[in-house]
Design a protein around this ligand. Structure first.
Ligand SMILES: [Zn+2]
Length: 265
């Protein structure tokens, strides 16, 4: 299914490609345009290259393709069906929309007026494509953060990937909350929840601070080892300096921790 990079057309298929692939990019891998549709670059610069003609043919015939998105080197997310819905020879790109497999063939439903049918289809595809975009970005963020922390919890070093999350230092719903590695921490699910609920704070010098009332509490081994035991220890850091938590983001987050502690006290 996977061409080395780009448009893949098995020999048995005469004109129409089977899949399109994008290689992993930088943090703002925006292969998406402002209209939320995926932008897919032509093969080379000749609009009449056979691969480009193939995608145009798929557009005219409204044929579904497979979209393979490189998240990080060696990891891909596969989306199907996608449709080529626009051709922009000036910028050497196609626009591609994701659709729901349940709607395959429904666009031929003769009981609906053509215009109504197309409007509903465009709205649905825009919505689904935007959702896929969010999923691709979340997945890319997780992969990059886990990789930077060598697939362990930054607080407790737990190495089971199934139990690891990419936590945001500044939430992604806020300005500054970009899905970039220096706004992330690889945390196990317990420490992710404890960090988000201000049980645990992280000082801008990368030292863990456990809320004082929790430090005094007496309970079982989880509280003792997994929470209290972290106090005053330094987190695991990515080897590359630019992947380490950004100081200004940690300062904002630590201030929130202090305020939450004061409110609780
Ligand atoms: Zn942990």
């Amino acid at each position: 299914m996977l061409g080395p990079q780009g448009i893949f057309k098995p020999r048995i298929m005469n004109e129409v490609p089977l899949s399109i692939t994008t290689a992993p990019h930088g943090p703002y891998d925006d292969s998406f345009g402002p209209d939320e549709l995926l932008r897919y670059r032509y093969r080379g610069t000749d609009p009449n290259h056979s691969d480009n003609k193939g995608l145009r043919f798929a557009m005219e015939r409204r044929l579904p393709l497979v979209y393979i998105h490189g998240v990080v080197p060696g990891k891909y997310l596969v989306t199907w069906p996608v449709f080529v819905v626009g051709d922009d020879p000036e910028n050497l790109t196609f626009s591609v929309a994701v659709d729901d497999a349940r709607h395959l063939g429904l666009s031929d439903n003769p009981s609906l007026q053509m215009g109504v049918r197309e409007d509903a289809e465009t709205a649905r595809r825009t919505y689904i494509t935007a959702a896929v975009r969010v999923r691709l970005h979340q997945r890319a963020f997780r992969e990059r953060v886990l990789e930077a922390y060598r697939r362990q919890c930054a607080f407790c070093r737990l190495r089971h990937e199934e139990l690891l999350d990419a936590a945001h230092i500044i939430p992604d719903s806020e300005p500054g909350g970009e899905p970039v590695v220096h706004n992330g921490l690889s945390l196990c699910t317990l420490h992710h929840a404890a960090f988000d609920r201000y049980f645990i704070g992280l000082r801008p010098d990368f030292t863990i601070e456990v809320r004082e009332d929790l430090r005094r509490e007496r309970d079982g081994p989880t509280l003792l080892h997994a929470i209290q035991g972290l106090h005053d220890s330094r987190i695991v850091l990515p080897r590359r300096a630019e992947f380490r938590p950004a100081r200004e983001l940690l300062e904002v987050r630590y201030e929130r921790f202090r305020q939450a502690v004061q409110r609780g006290a």
